[in-house]
Design a protein around this ligand. Structure first.
Ligand SMILES: Nc1ncnc2c1ncn2[C@@H]1O[C@H](COP(=O)(O)OP(=O)(O)OP(=O)(O)O)[C@@H](O)[C@H]1O
Ligand SMILES: [Mg+2]
Length: 252
């Protein structure tokens, strides 16, 4: 379970204090694949930053499996949390080959030097994992990541983020930079991987249709508050029109 407990966060700006969260509570269960929507500045990425340790709340706590993660050492957190963000260049190391990137993900959480030996058996295993994607990436194991397309890199980043089955997977607009066909392919792959491995997942998206299509719980955030939280039947019965209307409600 992931829990945000009474989160408060404000920023000092030129126009005075800007309050983002004022006592936000949110619990996400192990079997949940949450899609998260909300206008620009609603606080979606800030929630992710608090989880990974890039932002500290002024007050409140964030717990993963009943353990506070605010002061957890980064290497422990990295082993438990997988993430794929918007920028295809960010999730993988461009100067390293596909094989080397996969090996890095495989050894996540372990202390390794960069000049490690990659066993033949591992090469075969990574090849199989990539073959499943149907993109022919298994034939590009010795290609530097930077020579692959954005879609290919993002797919590899997703496979790498889930390789060691994290307790939590964070996806922040991870298909936003891709063409519609590649985006769909990666979203389908995301759903399949998450279901197969039973990973608790939060996926931020600006695509309302994707938010209703994928996952099993939908949360809408506005100005740091949860304004919609749909599960099971309520989510199934919610239409695109309703979601659009809700999304564009004037801010009061
Ligand atoms: N370090 C910071 N200093 C000042 N303000 C900040 C800081 N980090 C975030 N904010 C503010 O917090 C608010 C929420 O930002 P956040 O990036 O979480 O939004 P978001 O929901 O991810 O938006 P988007 O859809 O544009 O990605 C914004 O108004 C932003 O300007
Ligand atoms: Mg954001």
């Amino acid at each position: 379970m992931l829990e945000f407990r009474k989160i408060h966060k404000s920023f000092q700006t030129l126009h005075g204090e800007q309050v983002l969260f004022s006592g936000l509570d949110l619990s996400i269960q192990k079997n949940e694949f949450v899609t998260m929507v909300g206008n620009n500045g609603a606080g979606k990425s800030s929630l992710f930053k608090m989880i990974v340790g890039d932002m500290q709340p002024d007050d409140g706590d964030v717990l993963l499996e009943n353990q506070s993660i605010l002061s957890m050492p980064t290497h422990l957190k990295k082993a438990r949390i997988g993430k794929v963000y918007q920028d295809p260049a960010a999730g993988t190391v461009g100067s390293m080959t596909l094989l080397e990137n996969m090996a890095l993900a495989d050894r996540k959480g372990e202390h390794v030097s960069l000049r490690f030996a990659i066993r033949k058996s591992a090469r075969a295993r990574y090849g199989e994992l990539l073959k499943d994607l149907g993109l022919g990436l298994e034939n590009k194991l010795d290609t530097p990541m930077r020579e692959l397309s954005g879609g290919q890199r993002q797919t590899v980043a997703l496979v790498m983020a889930t390789m060691k089955t994290p307790q939590l997977l964070l996806l922040d607009e991870h298909t936003a930079a891709l063409d519609p066909k590649t985006a769909k392919l990666i979203l389908d792959k995301t759903q399949a991987l998450v279901e197969e491995k039973g990973i608790m997942t939060i996926m931020v998206t600006h695509n309302l249709k994707d938010a209703l299509t994928y996952g099993n719980r939908l949360i809408m955030l506005r100005e740091g508050k949860i304004v919609e939280d749909l599960k099971e039947k309520a989510r199934e019965q919610f239409s695109m029109e309703e979601l659009l209307a809700k999304f564009y409600l004037p801010v009061v």
